[in-house]
Design a protein around this ligand. Structure first.
Ligand code: ADP
Ligand code: MG
Length: 386
């Protein structure tokens, strides 16, 4: 266990004893994730390639009787809820993510009479590293181990996604929950968002003397929600014009042929999706061959496409990418839905310090707030710790 994880387990254990009395029945953790490549492809039935990272939500939990959920987030405070009152449309705030996971497990047929739960997290919130799925998946695994339920990781990811879709009310895809549930150390997870088929693809960064830096810009531009809905709609229209079920089924050549029929904006959006899907598969091929040092150009091409064709970047993300590349990164791109959040950069391990310093200095020169920069190591998905 890493030092951070040892600290987090001691923290939730003692907070549990202090607040609820006695020892928890177990401890669980679920990781945050970054998407290596495959952006805005998920809702087009395409491919994504996330990896779990060493930031996580850690949970201590025990069963209780009497129909209550007593929930304590060390970041957000305490909520006590009646289990019977948890349902779609009835909740808001952070407790919806936790109670939603419990509700969703109950929909699978699991009988629950109550739960005491303490959680702590070192995942930045709202940066696109998916703190929400980490909360859901850590909670769900705890509730499943204590009360019974599905074994299959893909099934568990769907149960967690249902919590977010129905109880929280966010129409997210399946990538975040699948990454949190199914990733393995030293691998990225190739996920086919149509079939949900998942494949572990080797990503042995340490062995290749590479570092993957996460650059959290710590900005979230207001445009994000409306632009996301707009992009989804435009993609559906483009698919209809192309005569395919979804843009996953269109190649770059198909999009080119239909350029006039699609019109300028739909053409550019569809071109991004078709090319991005192809880039994911190119990267996977290189990783399968054990050549992670060669994926850089695909990462950088993904960024250019998200900036110019899909138009979801932001000045801070462009700056992070440009500065990282200028300082020696092999490739860099925004990751996540865009308009803020994180960028990532792949670099030779020896260049980590110089790249981080260059990005920080460029942010300061452009009068952006300081970014948070840290290395991401591909980690295991959600698991029981004790
Ligand atoms: P992200 O990109 O981090 O997933 P979301 O908006 O999807 O951003 O989810 C963030 C929400 O998840 C928070 O507003 C909060 O409701 C919940 N959450 C995340 N971390 C915690 C935490 N430590 N304690 C309680 N709730 C949390
Ligand atoms: Mg989220």
């Amino acid at each position: 266990m890493s030092a951070e994880l040892v600290d987090a387990t001691a923290t939730v254990r003692s907070a549990f004893a202090e607040r609820f009395g006695g020892q928890p029945e177990g401890l669980w953790a679920a990781p945050a994730r970054v998407n290596l490549i495959g952006e805005h492809t998920d809702y087009n039935d395409g491919w994504v390639l996330p990896l779990a990272i060493d930031r996580r939500v850690t949970v201590a939990a025990a069963r209780r009787s009497g129909g209550l959920l007593r929930l304590l987030s060390l970041q957000r405070g305490e909520q006590v809820l009646r289990l019977a009152a948890v349902r779609p449309g009835a909740m808001n705030g952070w407790a919806a993510y936790v109670a939603g996971a419990v509700w969703s497990l109950a929909q699978e047929g699991t009988q629950l009479d109550g739960l005491d739960l303490v959680l702590t997290s070192d995942v930045p919130v709202g940066s696109g590293l998916s703190s929400s799925a980490a909360v859901e998946c850590a909670t769900l695994l705890a509730a499943r181990d204590l009360h019974g339920g599905p074994e299959d990781r893909a099934r568990l990811a769907l149960v967690a996604q249902r919590a977010e879709n129905e109880v929280v009310g966010v129409p997210c895809g399946i990538m975040d929950q699948m990454a949190a549930m199914a990733c393995t150390a030293n691998h990225a997870l190739l996920l086919d968002c149509r079939s949900l088929a998942a494949e572990h693809v080797p990503l042995a960064l340490d062995a290749a003397d590479l570092v993957l830096l996460v650059i959290d810009t710590r900005v979230a531009h207001a445009l994000a929600d409306s632009a996301y809905a707009d992009r989804r709609r435009t993609c559906q229209e483009a698919a209809r014009i192309l005569g395919v079920p979804s843009l996953r089924d269109a190649t770059d050549a198909d999009v080119e042929t239909a350029r006039d029929r699609l019109g300028g904006v739909r053409y550019r959006r569809a071109r991004h999706v078709a090319r991005e899907n192809a880039r994911v598969l190119d990267v996977v091929e290189l990783l399968r061959r054990g050549q992670p040092e060669r994926i850089g150009p695909s990462l950088t091409a993904s960024h250019a496409s998200l900036r110019d064709d899909y138009q979801v970047s932001a000045p801070e993300l462009d700056t992070a990418v440009e500065a990282a590349l200028a300082a020696g990164a092999l490739g860099a791109r925004m990751t996540g839905a865009g308009f803020g959040g994180c960028a990532l950069a792949l670099l030779p391990a020896g260049a980590a310090e110089q790249v981080a310093e260059a990005v920080t200095a460029t942010f300061a020169a452009r009068e952006f707030g300081p970014p948070e920069i840290f290395p991401a190591h591909p980690m295991d998905g959600a698991r029981r710790l004790a």
